[in-house]
Design a protein around this ligand. Sequence first.
Ligand code: CMP
Length: 494
Amino acid sequence: MAADVVQPASLLRRLRGPLLVLVLLLAPTAVWPELFAQLGDTLDSTARVARRVLAAGIWLAGAWLVVRLVDAIVWDGLVAPRLGGKVPGLLKDVVAAGIFALALTGVLALVFDLDVTGFWATSGVVGLVLGFALQSMIADVFSGIALNVDRPFQLGDWVRLSNRAREHIIGEVVESNWRSTRLRCVDGTLVVVPNGWIAREIVTNLTRPRVESRFDMRFCLDFDVPVERALRILEAGVRSARGVLADPAPKVRVYGPTRTGVEYEIRYWLRCAETSPSKGRHAVACAVLDQLHRAGLSLAYDKHDVYTAAMPPRQLDIRADREKILHRVELFADLEPEEAHTLAAAMREVRHGRGEDVVRHGEQGDSMYILVEGLMEVWVPSGRVPDAKGPVLVGQIRAGEFFGEMSLLTGEPRSATVRAATEVVAFEVRKTDLEPLLLARPALAGVITAKVAERRLRSQRRLAEADAPPPTAQETQALAAQILGKMRSWLGVG
Ligand code: CMP
């Protein structure tokens, strides 16, 4: 095209208009003196005006000619081939405006004998004021020139303009002029973007250097979906999407694990002139979701795993949980389930109010008690305590402990009165129920006799003096051995 422009014939054709005007204006000057002499002195002022008009016309026609020459030789002949396309109209206009401004200065200075220094100074001030007032518009215009020279995009290109906040506009460039660039967006709107704004944004040309551009989309699938399966399904999805190019081929990659599942990235190529980015995204999303649905998979979502188990019993029932209660009593903790079952079935539940005696000192007794709930006090008559006014408190029985074992084991009368200090619930174990156990488990007899010995000694000490020290281990053992012998003969065991 450029070579065509510099052809003489073509050049002449383009210069025809200004040349004709220039020749027409210059022609009168050849016959000027004669022409004005004939008009006479009276028409002198008219002649002066006509001369100035003619001269001004010659200046402006000359400027026009220069503009055309610059157009043909500089822009189209030299610059266009280097730019590889049309020279931006905006640039040509600015240069043309400069040439006309110079011509105007020539007219003012040489035709009208005016001082152009004042003109330029005034225009400088005016320019300054205008510059401030039209700051953004001027920025847009100059950005427009820069864009035209830089050519980040051309008409018909698809571009994405992104700002720092990562918001973006995607559209097809349909016009780019002095002040703004118009994009036809995928939502059917026409967006007018000031050139100054474009100059500050990141411009991604989706159709250059190649007409295909790559897009990506991520899907998150559950951890338990095998990766190779996920890749297969997602690839099938993206490949079946309308508008997605087969070459370059779409790809699916593992992007990485997230809190919800494994994220996969699908990369696909579109020709934006044929399939807009949003249409492509829609097609890919639909096709992938369809493939996932067919494979019986759903996208990963936030979830919590909850495992259920039978709730352990929160409280023991005195009637239903007799065996468990028995196992909590130190004395019977090691019973076999069968033994515990038999003993639990034989026990009798007794309840007493506060202040009631469960066992009375001196009475005969052939049963012992396991205290389940409440507190008991053990009282012994003060017979041998000189200054004691009444019975002496020798001990307490707490829940889980037993009492009344001494008479049961030895056949002796009750050694103390055991009184309910609160409401109490206890199990009564009769001699006949305990005997089989003592026969089967000699160790049980040992534990009970040790307790009997310890209590007996404690009571004796308590009766002897108020602050008596607890019985020693030897004392307890010696007494326990005696009691054990007595017990064996009484119960007929061992
Ligand atoms: P037993 O003699 O059959 O009846 C009274 C019960 O009181 C006795 O068995 C023991 O179980 C209990 N007992 C006697 N002395 C004490 C003591 N010092 N501490 C705790 N309990 C005792």
